[in-house]
Design a protein around this ligand. Structure first.
Ligand code: 6GU
Length: 244
């Protein structure tokens, strides 16, 4: 998969050279390119922002550098592949595990990191001639720019690419893949500072362990995220689940 990121802070994306994602890049599973938006400015001060029409607080990103950047990125990538342009913004629909799965199946993602009060709205309109354009938000709070969202989204997507996470089974039972939050987990020692691991986990009864984990997942989800329980598809809960 190819990923391009356009930002005025390329150093913000440095963590994408570390850990599993860094290794995925070395292995050629992920072809990641980070670009400095200012390289597409044409004035001495490398200006990327300006005041908003109609007034109001703060600055907006000017359209011209973005237009040139998106043309150049498009031209430098594979021919015959329509890239997806992802625009992180607190005004977008919430990012989610299903969206991460959908992105992991696409050949080419381009991220446009806004700063200040965002990007002139014509940039996304114009980009739609060459890209599938999608906005997304990380959640209901405000960040200074899209870079942290890109770190989160690239990590969520890259770990779904075959070969990135060593044990593919570990992806299956995770929070948000089953529609439920995961049960709590324990490792050795069996008693630590007076706190014992639940007996059933030491029992060796695989069916009993599975039932306990399912019950804990249901209880935790009901307590912390009742909205997830309500969103489960018809038939997702069986009679045993409804006892919990
Ligand atoms: Cl994607 N961008 C910004 N600037 N703030 C956010 C966000 C994105 N998601 C939540 N807050």
């Amino acid at each position: 998969m190819r990923i391009d990121v356009v930002t005025i802070f390329p150093d913000y994306l440095a963590p994408l050279g570390l850990s599993l994602i860094g290794r995925a890049r070395e292995q050629g599973i992920l072809d990641l390119h980070v670009h400095d938006l200012r390289s597409w400015t044409d004035d001495r001060h490398r200006t990327v922002d300006d005041t908003p029409y109609g007034g109001g607080a703060g600055m907006l990103m000017k359209p011209e550098p973005w237009g040139r950047a998106l043309d150049a990125v498009r031209a430098a990538g594979p021919e015959g592949v329509r890239p997806t342009l992802v625009v992180p913004t607190p005004a977008g629909p919430p990012f989610s595990q299903p969206r991460a799965r959908a992105y992991a199946a696409r050949p080419w993602l381009v991220f446009a990191c806004g700063r200040y009060e965002g990007i002139d709205a014509r940039v996304a309109l114009e980009a739609a001639t060459a890209y599938d354009v999608e906005e997304l938000s990380l959640g209901d709070y405000v960040l200074n720019g899209g870079e942290v969202a890109v770190l989160a989204v690239v990590e969520a997507v890259a770990r779904l690419l075959p070969g990135v996470v060593g044990n593919a089974e570990s992806l299956v039972e995770e929070s948000h893949e089953t529609g439920l939050l995961e049960a709590p987990a324990y490792t050795k020692p069996a008693v630590w500072r007076g706190h014992a691991v639940p007996d059933v986990l030491l029992s060796g009864h695989h069916a009993a362990v599975a039932r306990w984990r399912r019950d804990e997942a249901l209880r935790r989800t009901a307590a912390v995220r009742p909205d997830l329980l309500a969103a489960l598809p018809e038939g997702a809960l069986d009679a045993a689940d409804r006892q919990v």
